[in-house]
Design a binder for this molecule. Structure first.
Ligand SMILES: O=C(O)CCC(=O)C(=O)O
Length: 206
């Protein structure tokens, strides 16, 4: 069950009332230059990579394709790996400007994820690496198949998992203490779903 305890703002965004966190959803943004074929354009133009990660001594292929993109020097360390950025793709750079306009924030990097089908996923984690600062702002833009993001509180296990549907053209903005207090994930789904691309814009402290 997906519940948006909403509080719509004049810019069309919804405050999702996450306890100990700050989550705002823009449900449907009309992106310029083209909203509708964004998925296929990004699928074609991004240098997608199938990466492996080593966790608890075992190496696995990540269940999605990824690309780390950003300004020169925006090196990012997570899952035991160090990622050096690809230069900005022109469409992603254009989307970044639009997201900066909507959020009033500046971003110098983005993790791009391509979920090929419902078997692709992302496990529970927080975007809390030291290079993102204490209260990172993460702006997460989705194109293609709708997937559901799950949020679990890191300390208060009596709180239920919060489930947020992320439709095509939506932007989810996480701020404040969200990463300190919550983990999030995109679980696999048995529903037949097509590809989805998610771009999480971030600011690395360099
Ligand atoms: O695909 C998504 O919506 C989530 C991506 C994510 O959690 C991340 O890049 O850290």
């Amino acid at each position: 069950m997906i519940v948006h305890r909403e509080n719509r703002k004049t810019n069309g965004s919804l405050d999702l009332a996450l306890p100990d966190g700050d989550l705002r959803l823009f449900p449907a943004i009309d992106f310029a230059p083209t909203g509708k074929d964004m998925l296929s354009r990004l699928q074609a133009s991004i240098p997608w990579r199938q990466e492996s990660i080593t966790l608890f001594g075992r190496t696995h292929a990540q269940p999605r394709l990824i690309c780390w993109m950003g300004d020169a020097g925006c090196t990012y360390r997570y899952s035991g790996r160090t990622w050096h950025p690809e230069p900005w793709d022109s469409l992603v750079a254009d989307l970044r400007s639009q997201v900066e306009g909507l959020t009033g924030e500046r971003f110098n990097s983005a993790l791009l994820n391509l979920y090929r089908n419902g078997s692709d996923s992302m496990g529970f984690h927080a975007d809390d690496e030291p290079e993102l600062g204490k209260t990172p702002v993460i702006a997460s833009l989705s194109f293609g198949a709708e997937r559901v993001m799950h949020f679990r509180h890191r300390h208060d296990h009596s709180l239920p998992t919060r489930k947020i549907a992320l439709p095509d053209g939506s932007l989810l903005v996480m701020r404040g203490e969200t990463q300190a207090n919550w983990r999030h994930a995109i679980p696999k789904t048995r529903r037949p779903v097509g590809p989805r691309i998610n771009l999480t814009f971030r600011r690395i402290m360099i």
